[in-house]
Write a protein that binds this ligand. Structure first.
Ligand SMILES: Nc1ncnc2[nH]cnc12
Ligand SMILES: [Zn+2]
Length: 334
């Protein structure tokens, strides 16, 4: 298979809880004796009509009620890795939301051990190398984020970095200055969602106050030419999620997405799936969709694939990064 969208790539913006497909949600509900307020998978799918980020988050958190045991988290991650591998993913840096689980009484150790079990066998089973990024929910308090970081200390060998997600507007990055400083002191990498619905000022804060190395989304950077210039100059990667932007109504239609303009402006952009079970496609589907809607040619898809490895946290394994980059350059399109 040499479809343009199957080019080897890294996925850098992927919420593991956002890969919970309706079929798995019902299977886990049955396994754990959880009653879902939907008759079947079709009725659940019909609820996937979102008006903004919050309307999606309400359903995203509601469905997590089916996740209880380490096995549940392992099955969730394993299902994602199988699908990602089939779409050309060679390396995945995976977000998870511990507070969404600890708030329901699921210990953080259960979450991390379950995910870790799937990640440990991912290379052998799926040919996908992995890292884990622990996200703080920005609509909860800074104290809760710090408690989460402290609770994760026994598992830090499994965690590459920290991120910041959930409802953005009204929860600027600076709210989490202290916990990011503590995470940095522990040797963790730092990323944050910024400029998805929030203003360009949040992107600046994420860089200047939190010291992040990548911006997740960064869509609204385009409103601020000076910021764009800085992001280009400093080679700050942006992990864009075009299908998510359409489904959450940040952009009307995919044809209006600034991805191509951002590439032409010299930004180091990557394309990712965000919450693929909810937004209509995994990362290969997303490559296919931007190829069709924005007229990106195969060489521009190759640039996106190259960027994904350049922006990845593979610094500890440059040999692997070089191998992946060589696969990108050698890939022949049909
Ligand atoms: N797109 C998104 N933005 C913010 N928080 C999220 N959590 C899961 N998906 C998210
Ligand atoms: Zn996201």
């Amino acid at each position: 298979m040499h479809l343009p969208e199957a080019i080897p790539k890294a996925e850098l913006h992927l919420h593991i809880e956002g890969t919970l497909e309706p079929e798995l949600a019902f299977a886990l509900a049955a396994r754990n004796g959880v009653e879902l307020p939907y008759a079947d998978t079709e009725e659940l799918r019909r609820a996937y009509l979102f008006s903004d980020l919050q309307s999606f988050l309400d359903l995203y958190y509601e469905l997590m009620a089916v996740l209880h045991t380490a096995d549940d988290f392992a099955d969730l991650a394993d299902a994602y890795l199988a699908r990602a591998a089939a779409q050309g993913v060679r390396h995945a840096e995976i977000f998870f939301d511990p507070q969404a689980h600890t708030a329901r009484g699921v210990p953080i150790g259960t979450v991390i051990e379950g995910l870790g079990r799937a990640l440990d066998r991912s290379e052998e089973r799926h040919g996908v190398s992995t890292q884990l990024i622990m996200c703080f929910l920005r609509d909860r308090s800074a104290e809760s984020a710090m408690e989460t970081l402290n609770a994760a200390e026994p598992y830090l060998h499994r965690i590459a970095g920290v991120g910041l997600d959930s409802a953005e507007v009204g929860h600027p990055p600076s709210k989490f200055a202290e916990v990011y400083a503590a995470a940095g002191a522990l040797g963790l990498r730092k990323v944050a969602h910024a400029g998805e619905e929030g203003p360009p000022a949040y992107i600046r804060e994420a860089l200047d106050v939190l010291g992040v190395e990548r911006i997740d989304h960064g869509l609204r950077a385009m409103e601020d030419p000076e910021l764009v210039e800085r992001l280009v100059r400093e080679r700050v990667p942006l992990t864009l999620c075009p299908l998510s932007n359409v489904r959450l109504r940040a952009i009307d239609v995919l044809e209006d997405h600034p991805l191509k303009a951002m590439m032409e402006a010299g930004l180091l952009v990557t394309v990712n799936s965000d919450d693929p079970a909810y937004f209509g496609g995994y990362v290969g589907d997303t490559f296919h969709a931007v190829h069709e809607a924005l007229g990106l040619d195969p060489e521009q898809l190759r640039e996106l694939a190259r960027n994904s490895f350049l922006a990845s946290f593979l610094d500890h394994d440059e040999e692997r990064r070089a191998r992946y980059l060589a696969e990108v350059e050698a890939y022949e399109f049909d």
